[in-house]
Structure formats: C-alpha cells, structure tokens
Ligand binder design. Structure first.
Ligand code: HEM
Length: 230
C-alpha cells in the first residue's frame, strides 16, 4: 500500500517537474521569439526582421535540431499538463467519495482549472500559428543583394486582416493568464520556492507574463492600425 502510494505520489511529482521545467524553457523561447518579433516595430520595412530570420535559416541543420527540440518541449509540456490534470481530477473524485465528511480535498483549484483551459486554447493556437507563418506563403525579397524570405510582408499582410489581428490579441490574454500562474507554479514544482522568495517570485512571474503577453498583444493590433502593407 505504502509503496503504491509512494509510486503514485512520485509519478505525479515527476509529471509536475516535467511540466514545470518544459514550461520554463518555453518561456525562455517566448522571450527570444518576442524580442525578434519586436523588430516589426523597427520602421525599416522589415529589413532587420528578415535579416534575423534569414540568419537563423542559414544555420540549416542546427535550426532543424532546434525546431525538433522546441516541438518536443511543447509535446512534453502538453502531455504532462493533461496527465496531471486528469490525475488531479481522479484524486478529487476519489477524495470526495472517501473524505466527504472532511469537506473533500479538492486539488483542482480555480487557477489550475484555468491552466488547462488556457493551455488547451494555446495548444490549438500554436499549430495554427506555425501553419500561418513558418509554413505560410514564401514571399521573396532582396536585402543587401541577398535573396531571402520576406517574412515581414507575410506578418504585416496577415495582421492587416481584422479577424487575424483581433483573434491573436484575444489569445494573448489567455497566454497572459497561463504564464502568470504557470511561472509561479513551475518554480513551486521545481522546489525553487521558499517563504522568503514566494511574494517576489509571484510578482516577477506576473510582471514577466504581462510584458511577454503584452508585447505579443500589441504586435498584431499595432500592425493592423499603423503599419502599411509593404
Ligand atoms: C504577435 C505575435 C507573434 C508573431 C508576430 C509571431 C511571428 C512568428 C513568425 C514570423 C514565425 C515564423 C518564423 C520562421 O519561420 O522563421 C513564428 C513561428 C513560431 N511561433 Fe510565433 N509569433 C507570435 C506569437 C507566438 C506565440 C504567442 C507563440 C507561442 C505561444 C509562438 C510560437 C511560435 C512557434 C512555436 C513557431 C515555430 C518556430 C519555427 O518555425 O522555428 N508565436 N512566429
């Protein structure tokens, strides 16, 4: 009985560790991704954004490896997130049946319920997004005599469509909720929290999420309203 319980407990912790670690690495990716995307604001007709993307694509096999790793991070994060949620639910149902008189030890807090809802929204968003941009139409441009993909034109063209710009902005609100709880929760799972650091880590997570999701939120709307089609 004890060993079964221990195994059950450690596997939940294992899944939470994977979820937290992959979540933090994905936040790292988002910081890089947003920084690169902010080049849309450079006001240079896409020169820097296209040069950045071109430089990345020049790395060839390295980029392929990075993309595989990124896809693996997303997959591990999603699978562990769904499994932890299902496990919590099962625990909760059992808990209610066994401990009804103690008030029912619910492990599904409103925040964790929001995590699965916002997570599922992002799970649908990311493949659609990759399909729209990475796998989207291949416009060509020439910068400093070098032919390259005109990603800037693709981004501006898409965000000039109101349904795309506004649905992107809406999804970024969910991203903000997901990141703000996720960051704090990841640190907790990784055991990096103690009483002294809790308020600091929580505030840092919320500020980081607002900055990240805020940047991604402004991008489509600013493009829609202020950036002319190239
Ligand atoms: C306004 C917001 C965003 C813009 C303008 C944007 C732009 C882009 C562009 C242009 C690409 C293609 C890169 C290339 O093929 O070289 C791309 C790829 C990608 N984006 Fe975004 N992105 C945004 C938000 C997001 C968000 C919020 C996420 C994740 C939650 C995300 C995840 C990805 C992923 C996973 C890829 C594929 C990476 C790759 O192809 O190498 N993006 N994005």
């Amino acid at each position: 009985m004890v060993s079964m319980a221990t195994r059950h407990w450690s596997s939940t912790v294992g899944k939470k560790l994977i979820m937290g670690l992959t979540g933090l690495l994905l936040i790292g990716y988002l910081i890089i991704h947003l920084t690169a995307n902010l080049l849309v604001f450079a006001g240079d007709g896409g020169r820097l954004l296209n040069l950045y993307a071109h430089t990345l694509h020049q790395t060839g096999p390295l980029l392929v490896v990075a993309r595989i790793l990124l896809a693996a991070l997303f997959l591990f994060h999603i699978v562990s997130g769904i499994r932890v949620t299902l496990q919590n639910r099962r625990g909760r149902t059992r808990g209610y049946a066994q401990y009804a008189s103690k008030g029912g030890p619910s492990k599904m807090t409103p925040a964790s319920r929001w995590m699965i809802v916002t997570g599922l929204i992002l799970m649908v968003f990311v493949p659609l997004h990759v399909n729209m941009f990475s796998l989207g139409p291949h416009y060509e441009t020439v910068i400093d005599g070098q032919p390259m993909r005109d990603l800037y034109r693709l981004v501006v063209e898409r965000f000039k469509e109101p349904q795309v710009a506004f649905s992107y902005a809406a999804v970024m609100l969910f991203l903000c909720l997901h990141l703000s709880h996720g960051f704090w929760s990841a640190l907790q799972s990784l055991g990096a929290m103690n009483r002294r650091w809790t308020p600091f880590a929580y505030t840092f997570g919320v500020v980081l999420s607002i900055l990240l999701a805020g940047g991604f939120f402004i991008l489509p709307l600013y493009t829609y309203f202020f950036i002319p089609l190239p």
